[in-house]
Ligand binder design. Structure first.
Ligand code: C2E
Ligand code: CA
Ligand code: CA
Ligand code: CA
Length: 280
């Protein structure tokens, strides 16, 4: 029995060690990826389903192998990067790259919609955030109303009082604020009216089941009327079928994002969806 116990101990110790080594390898690889510009952004269109117009783009992080397959998912990257501090340079890179791309499209004479950028909880609490946003706008000569920041409920609810202050500072810059994955976090509805939120994004888990599950349908309906009553915009993510589109339109939500319309696209392909037009 003692022998067995020792073997088991060795087994677990070895596993732990392997996992630690693996984590270190991934961290090192991520550092190189940042330094060598191996990260990239894709852009997923957001549409007004009534007209089929592209009204927004969401920038999404990618880290691909040279053959184009993903090396790590964005959620894995963000989770690791939040633990080792790389989230700060990665966040800066995302912001500057997305803003530069938007400016590039404008230089090409394309009418650009607003561009949504994701912020994790750690990024949101970082003292340099307001400055980062300001710098990226200034450097790329962008009007702030082209930019929307996507935050989750948990990022905001962690320290609601500080969060409110920070949100007001960001609003003062003139950017839009969206509450991402709405309904999945621990939200108290009363804070919604205290925070300067412009748009609610209904989480795709509810959207996906809304046409087959009564509870999800009720949640989606409730979020839409909540947004309407509080004079906030509302967008549904994870729209995958014609049924989803019809369900949402019938209930007064016309902003949509999902595979039904378009997958996240590399910049050159996304640019083809934008129409020539005047820019401000
Ligand atoms: P998210 O912000 O909720 O982004 C939407 C996710 O849903 C994206 O996954 C997108 O590819 C996926 N999606 C879009 N339409 C559909 C659909 O119709 N069906 C389904 N099943 N999925 C759809 P992705 O790109 O894998 O990103 C995952 C998460 O990683 C994001 O969730 C966001 O939380 C995080 N993330 C991505 N890029 C960044 C970034 O630059 N910064 C930060 N902080 N987080 C990021
Ligand atoms: Ca998002
Ligand atoms: Ca989301
Ligand atoms: Ca999500």
């Amino acid at each position: 029995a003692k022998e067995q116990g020792r073997n088991r101990y060795h087994y677990y110790a070895k596993q732990l060690q392997e996992r630690a080594v693996e984590r270190l390898e991934i961290e090192t690889a991520l550092r190189h990826a940042v330094a060598d510009n191996l990260l990239s952004l894709v852009y997923q269109p957001q549409l007004d389903a009534r007209t089929g117009t592209v009204i927004g783009l969401e920038a999404l992080l990618r880290w691909n192998n040279s053959d184009g397959t993903p090396y790590l998912s964005p959620l894995q990257i963000i989770t690791i990067a939040e633990k080792n501090g790389l989230i700060i340079p990665i966040g800066e890179w995302v912001f500057h790259t997305a803003c530069r791309q938007l400016r590039q499209w404008q230089h090409e004479g394309l009418a650009t919609p607003r561009l949504a950028i994701n912020l994790s909880a750690v990024q949101f609490e970082e003292p340099g955030l307001v400055q980062l946003v300001q710098d990226a706008l200034q450097k790329n000569d962008l009007s702030p109303d082209y930019i929307e920041l996507e935050l989750t409920e948990s990022a905001i609810m962690h320290r609601p009082d500080d969060a409110k202050q920070k949100l007001l500072e960001l609003k003062k810059l003139g950017v839009w604020l969206a509450l991402d994955d709405f309904g999945t976090g621990y939200s108290s509805l009363s804070y919604l009216k205290l925070f300067p939120i412009d748009r609610i994004k209904i989480d795709r888990s509810f959207v996906n089941e809304a046409t087959t599950n009564n509870d999800d349908a009720a949640i989606v309906e409730t979020v839409i009327s909540l947004a309407n009553n509080m004079r906030m915009q509302v967008i549904a993510e994870g729209v995958e079928t014609q049924e989803h589109v019809e369900f949402l339109l019938a209930r007064g939500c016309h902003e949509m994002q999902g595979y039904y319309y378009a997958r996240p696209l590399p910049a050159d392909q996304c640019g083809k969806l934008l129409i020539p037009g005047f820019v401000t």
